[in-house]
Write a protein that binds this ligand. Structure first.
Ligand code: NAD
Length: 478
C-alpha cells in the first residue's frame, strides 16, 4: 500500500526549563527532604536523566500534612466558595497559558506522544479546573444538603499514565469542596506535578492548600496511613488499592479507589467497520495502552471477524512509533523498564498458552523502552492475556455469536471499569449498556473523557466516582 513518508516534526524542548533538582512543595515553598534522599527521573524514550527529585520520608509527609491541616483550619475552610472558585479559575487559566510547556514536559517524563499530551491531557486538565471552579460557589445545589461540609485534609496518590490529568482529577474537586491536599505523584513521572506546584505559587494559592511530596511506594504508604489525613484518594493498581483499603479500614478515613480494568470493546456485525477500527485503535493504542479503561479485549461478532481483523491490520501498519516529541508520532515509549518487562512477560505467556501474536512491521528505537502495537488472535477466556491487565499496547481478540454471549464474555472479568459497544442499532446499545457491569459504557466511540461525567469502577476496578456531580461526594462529609 503506498504510504506517505513524514518528515520529522519535533516539538521544541526549549519551551521547558528543567531544574537540576527539585525539593518538596510544602506550605507554599520548595524545601529539601529531611533525610536528604533523592531519585532520578528519566525520559523513557531515551533513558536520559531529566532531573533529580527528592524522596520524601515520613518526617516530610508529616510536615506536609501539618501544613495542609493548618491551611485547612485557618484559611481554606474559612473562605467562601466564590473566593475558592477564583483560585481554581486562576489555576485553570495558567494551565492554558502554559499548555505547550506542560505538554512537552509530560511527553518528556512519561513518553506519551506530544499529540496526545497537547490535544488530550493538558486541555482536560484545564477543563477539570474550570469545571470545578464552577461548582465551588454552588455546592448547596449539588444534592448533598444545604451546606455540605468538607472533610479536611486529603491524601492523594496517583499513577504515571496521565500524570497531570490524574492530579487535576484529584486536586480540583478536593479544593472546590473546601479541602486541602497532600498529593504524591508516581515516582517515574513527578515533573508535571512539580510544575503544578509552581502554578500554585503563581496563582497565589494560600500556602499549605496544595502540598506535593515526591517519592515511591513508601512515601505513598506514609501518606495514606498518616493519622492526620481525613480522606484518601488513590488511583493505581488493584494490588496497591487493596493494601490501602486494608491499611485505612481501622480508621475513619473516607477512601476512594480508582483501580485497574480489562475492558471489552464489542463490535457487532452491523457496525460501520472503518469507524469501529478507529475506535479499536484508539481503545488500546492510545497512550501505549497505559490506560486503566483501555479496550484491551476486542469482542467481534463471528460473522465480521475476518473483515474487521483485515481492516485492523491494515490500519495498524500505518501507525508511527517513535520520538514522543515528534508531532507525527502515534505510539510513544513505554513508561518504564519495569512496565516493559511486565508487557513482555504477559505477551510471552499469551504465545505459550497458544494464542497467535501479530505486530505490524515496525522498527523500534535502540535506546529507551519500546513495545510494538500487538494483536493476539485465537484468544480464549481462560488465557491470562484475556484476564489480566497488561497495561500496554496489546490487544486480545475474542469472538461471539449472540448479544447474550457478548454480555457474558464482557462481564467475565474481575474488573468493571469500562466497555465499548459498536452497532448501528440504538436499541442494542441500550440493551447492552443495561447489562454490562462497567462504570462507563461508550457507544460507537471509546476513551472519551469529560469533567462533567462521573468515572469509576465496579468490582476490582475500585469504588467511588471522579468527575461530575457524583465526584464531589468523595470530598464531602456525607
Ligand atoms: P501502582 O499501584 O504501582 O502505583 C500507583 C501509585 O501508588 C504510585 O504513585 C505509587 O508510588 C504508589 N504506591 C505504590 N505502593 C504504594 C503503597 N503501598 N501505598 C501507597 N501508595 C503506593 O500503579 P501504577 O503501576 O503506577 O499504575 C498503573 C495502574 O493504575 C494500572 O493498574 C491502572 O489500571 C491503574 N489506573 C487506574 C485508573 C483509574 O482511574 N481507575 C487510572 C489510571 C491508572
Amino acid at each position: 500500500m503506498p504510504k506517505f513518508e513524514y518528515a520529522p516534526a519535533p516539538e521544541s524542548r526549549a519551551v521547558v526549563s528543567l531544574r537540576e533538582s527539585y525539593g518538596l512543595f510544602i506550605n507554599g515553598e520548595f524545601s529539601p527532604g529531611v533525610d536528604g534522599r533523592a531519585f532520578k527521573t528519566i525520559s523513557p524514550a531515551t533513558e536520559e536523566v531529566l532531573a533529580e527529585v527528592t524522596e520524601a520520608g515520613p518526617a516530610d509527609v508529616d510536615r506536609a500534612v501539618t501544613a495542609a491541616r493548618k491551611a485547612y483550619e485557618h484559611t481554606w475552610s474559612q473562605l467562601p466558595g466564590k473566593e475558592r472558585a477564583k483560585y481554581l479559575f486562576r489555576i485553570a487559566r495558567i494551565v492554558q497559558e502554559k499548555a505547550r510547556e506542560l505538554a512537552v514536559l509530560e511527553s518528556l517524563d512519561n513518553g506519551k506522544p506530544i499529540r496526545e499530551s497537547r490535544d488530550v491531557d493538558i486541555p482536560l486538565v484545564a477543563a477539570h479546573f474550570f469545571y470545578h471552579a464552577g461548582w465551588a460557589d454552588k455546592l448547596e445545589y449539588a444534592g448533598y444538603g444545604p451546606a455540605p461540609r468538607a472533610l479536611g485534609v486529603a491524601g492523594q496518590v496517583i499513577p504515571w499514565n496521565f500524570p497531570l490529568l490524574m492530579l487535576a482529577w484529584k486536586i480540583a474537586p478536593a479544593l472546590a469542596c473546601g479541602n486541602t491536599v497532600v498529593l504524591k505523584p508516581a515516582e517515574t513521572t513527578p515533573l508535571t506535578a512539580l510544575a503544578f506546584a509552581e502554578i500554585c505559587q503563581q496563582a497565589d494559592l494560600p500556602p499549605g492548600v496544595v502540598n506535593i511530596v515526591t517519592g515511591a511506594g513508601e512515601t505513598g504508604r506514609a501518606l495514606v496511613t498518616h493519622p492526620g489525613i481525613d480522606k484518601v484518594a488513590f488511583t493505581g493498581s488493584t494490588e496497591v488499592g487493596i493494601q490501602i483499603a486494608r491499611a485505612c479500614a481501622p480508621s475513619r478515613k473516607k477512601v476512594t479507589l480508582e483501580l485497574g480494568g480489562k475492558a471489552a470493546n464489542i463490535v457487532f456485525e452491523d457496525a460501520p467497520v472503518d469507524q469501529a477500527v478507529e475506535g479499536i485503535v484508539n481503545g488500546i493504542f492510545f497512550n501505549q495502552g497505559h490506560v486503566c479503561c483501555a479496550g484491551s479485549r476486542l469482542l467481534v461478532q463471528e460473522s465480521v471477524y475476518s473483515e474487521v481483523l483485515a481492516s485492523l491490520r491494515r490500519r495498524l501498519a500505518t501507525l508511527r512509533l517513535g520520538d514522543p516529541l515528534d508531532k507525527n508520532t502515534d505510539v510513544g515509549a513505554i513508561n518504564s523498564a519495569a512496565q516493559l518487562a511486565k508487557i513482555r512477560e504477559l505477551s510471552e505467556v499469551g504465545e505459550a498458552e497458544g494464542a497467535q501474536r501479530w505486530s505490524p512491521p515496525c522498527e523500534l528505537p535502540v535506546k529507551g523502552f519500546w513495545f510494538p502495537p500487538t494483536v493476539f488472535t485465537g484468544v480464549s477466556q481462560a488465557h491470562r492475556i484475556a484476564r489480566e491487565e497488561i497495561f500496554g499496547p496489546v490487544l486480545s481478540v475474542l469472538t461471539f455469536r449472540t448479544p447474550a454471549e457478548a454480555v457474558e464474555k464482557a462481564n467475565n472479568t474481575p474488573y468493571g471499569l469500562s466497555a465499548g459497544v459498536w452497532t448501528e442499532k440504538g436499541s442494542m446499545i441500550l440493551w447492552m449498556a443495561s447489562r454490562l457491569r462497567a462504570g462507563v459504557v461508550w457507544a460507537n466511540t471509546f476513551n472519551k473523557f469529560d469533567p462533567t461525567s462521573p468515572f469509576g469502577g465496579y468490582k476490582e476496578s475500585g469504588y467511588g466516582r471522579e468527575g461530575g456531580r457524583h465526584g464531589l461526594e468523595a470530598y464531602f462529609d456525607v
